[in-house]
Design a protein around this ligand. Structure first.
Ligand SMILES: *[C@@H]1O[C@H](CO)[C@@H](O)[C@H](O)[C@H]1NC(C)=O
Ligand SMILES: *[C@@H]1O[C@H](CO)[C@@H](O)[C@H](O)[C@H]1NC(C)=O
Ligand SMILES: *[C@@H]1O[C@H](CO)[C@@H](O)[C@H](O)[C@H]1NC(C)=O
Ligand SMILES: *[C@@H]1O[C@H](CO)[C@@H](O)[C@H](O)[C@H]1NC(C)=O
Ligand SMILES: *[C@@H]1O[C@H](CO)[C@@H](O)[C@H](O)[C@H]1NC(C)=O
Length: 525
């Protein structure tokens, strides 16, 4: 009897707490999906009714996990074809990267997502949601769902914080130490770095706020009809975000001041126990008595499409190594087979990095791969290609667990000496191990932290009290300009008054002295 009551009680509590949650991760960027997929799945596992707008269908998922499938079109296929070519991508400047890739691609993909018939059908169902979770990645139009469903908005970034979100929510900017997410800055703390960070962030913010968001708003108008009126602007929605989940952790990224609704969940997709490796790869790794050099330039870049001289430089170095080289190589004819080079079109990266024989990871510095290497304590030789990769690798270099090799310096000599340097120098292995230990040392696992705060925001209907009260102030008051101005006025007035008083006193004294002298003379006479 008691038992039954207890069970009923728990079922009641469970049902009572179960929420309807919409998760919007519509872009077919494999690494971004990989980071965010555990969130929706875990929410469903905890009994919430989850609806995910996604290009990738999960097959093995809880019954309360519902999926609305959108196109698997990659960002590279919707932008100017020039940028598909690796040799162009590595030359692209931060400004071009934004205007030609992120903004153009973002608008095209947001449009594809919103006009998708399944999404349109989903939007006409009169469903209710208790929270809307969206990725912050050039898809701001989807933030309007928070308004449509009158639900709190939760944002996830696959990188760290973003300057524009900090401006919007009035989190301290910290431009001297926090670098704009997609800009390459060689020495962020020096004058030139800080100057460029400020200039670039201003450029990005102005274009984003006054051009990109307007374009996103046009998409809202066109594809999300019948919104409750009055409808807030996308900027207002960004200001009103309830929770901001960032793929960083202070043990690796620069520590920064964040409002309480900014939560670091770097490493959310990782676990102490990893999946089993395919047998052939397990054997290769187990049998590599001199260790393994693991090479993977991520899902966007194909090693097989590297320019011929870079390819040959790598092959020449690799075949002369005593280590086994495990290399993601995407076309069928590698053609340079030697006993120690093993290629596969796809490799289970996290599981490979977890193997104790892996000695070096040669990577492009994508955040997911970098975090996986940190988690498993593997030194990195990083060849940054675009986006945030340089920044990620700079953190690795600062932690002493890796080295950057710039793409234009990638040749046989440099690669050979770097590999030998990292292999023969214990400090890389040791630093990587220390970094791994401190990255894992947390009061609560990243996925549990994300769950706790998402449920917290739902429990407290958006948790308005966590938002910066400065949002209610105007720009002048927020920056204390009125107070500074007042103090300046008081200062100027008091200086002026003192000056006048002094002048008067001096004048008075001279005159009285003169008078006294005169009087004296008069007396004596
Ligand atoms: C759960 O979500 C699905 C798909 O969005 C929806 O059809 C269903 O009505 C929801 N269930 C509840 C109990 O709200
Ligand atoms: C949803 O609600 C609107 C207005 O309340 C109504 O016109 C429409 O028929 C509803 N749609 C469905 C699928 O029930
Ligand atoms: C901000 O979000 C809350 C829900 O979390 C909502 O009640 C409120 O109306 C929103 N305010 C604006 C200005 O969008
Ligand atoms: C690799 O193979 C290709 C074609 O078989 C050849 O052109 C190239 O020179 C080889 N590279 C090296 C480093 O042996
Ligand atoms: C490779 O191994 C051989 C024999 O063990 C050794 O003589 C040689 O120095 C090693 N080469 C490198 C680059 O470590």
């Amino acid at each position: 009897m008691l038992w039954n009551i207890t069970i009923c009680f728990f079922i009641f509590v469970k049902l009572h707490e179960a929420a309807n949650i919409l998760v919007v991760i519509p872009y077919a960027v494999t690494s971004h999906y990989k980071m965010q997929r555990p969130i929706g799945l875990e929410l469903a596992r905890r009994g919430h009714n989850v609806t995910v707008i996604t290009p990738y269908l999960e097959l093995d998922c809880p019954p309360t996990y519902h999926q609305v499938k959108v196109s698997e079109k990659k960002i590279w296929t919707v932008i100017d074809k020039r940028w598909e070519d690796l040799s162009n991508v590595v030359k692209v400047t931060s400004v071009d990267f934004h205007s030609n890739i992120l903004w153009t691609g973002g608008l095209a993909l947001t449009k594809t997502t919103l006009k998708n018939p399944d999404v349109q059908k989903f939007l006409t169902n009169n469903q209710t949601f208790d929270a809307v979770i969206s990725e912050q990645f050039y898809q701001e139009a989807t933030y309007i769902f928070a308004h449509k469903y009158k639900a709190p908005l939760i944002l996830i970034t696959t990188f760290g914080s973003s300057i524009k979100h900090n401006v919007a929510t009035r989190n301290p900017l910290q431009l001297a130490t926090l670098v704009n997410e997609f800009v390459e800055i060689k020495s962020p703390n020096f004058f030139k770095g800080r100057l460029w960070n400020l200039l670039f962030s201003s450029y990005e913010y102005i274009w984003w706020r006054f051009w990109f968001l307007k374009k996103q708003e046009e998409l809202v108008e066109k594809y999300v009809p019948n919104l409750p009126q009055p409808s807030p602007s996308l900027y207002e929605l960004q200001q009103n975000v309830s929770l901001y989940l960032m793929n960083t952790h202070f043990s690796f990224d620069p520590p920064a001041a964040y409002l309480p609704n900014f939560i670091e969940i770097g490493g959310i997709h990782l676990n102490e126990e990893v999946e089993k490796l395919p047998q052939d790869i397990q054997r290769i790794l187990d049998e590599a008595s001199n260790g393994v050099v693991y090479v993977n330039f991520g899902s966007n870049i194909k090693s097989s499409e590297l320019p011929i001289e870079k390819k040959n430089a790598l092959i020449n170095v690799f075949k002369s190594l005593n280590q086994t080289v495990l290399w993601k190589w995407e076309d069928d004819n590698f053609g340079n087979q030697t006993a120690n080079i093993k290629t596969r079109k796809w490799l289970p990266q996290n599981e490979i990095l977890a193997h104790q024989n892996v000695r070096i990871f040669i990577s492009h510095g994508g955040l997911m791969g970098t975090i996986e290497a940190i988690f498993h304590g593997v030194p990195i030789i990083g060849i940054p290609l675009f986006g945030d990769q340089y920044n990620n690798l700079l953190q690795v270099e600062n932690a002493g667990s890796g080295i950057i090799l710039e793409y234009h310096n990638l040749n046989e000599n440099n690669m050979r000496s770097l590999i030998n340097h990292v292999l023969s120098n214990e400090k890389y292995k040791n630093n990587a191990r220390d970094l791994s230990i401190r990255f894992r040392d947390r009061p609560i696992k990243a996925l549990d932290a994300a769950m706790y705060w998402i449920e917290y925001v739902i429990r407290h209907q958006g948790a308005h009290f966590m938002k910066n009260p400065a949002l209610k102030l105007n720009w002048f008051a927020y920056n204390m300009f009125d107070v500074y101005l007042f103090i300046l006025c008081v200062f100027i007035i008091s200086v002026y008054v003192s000056y006048r008083c002094l002048k008067f006193l001096v004048y008075f004294r001279i005159n009285t002295r003169f008078d006294r002298k005169l009087c004296g003379k008069v007396k004596f006479q």
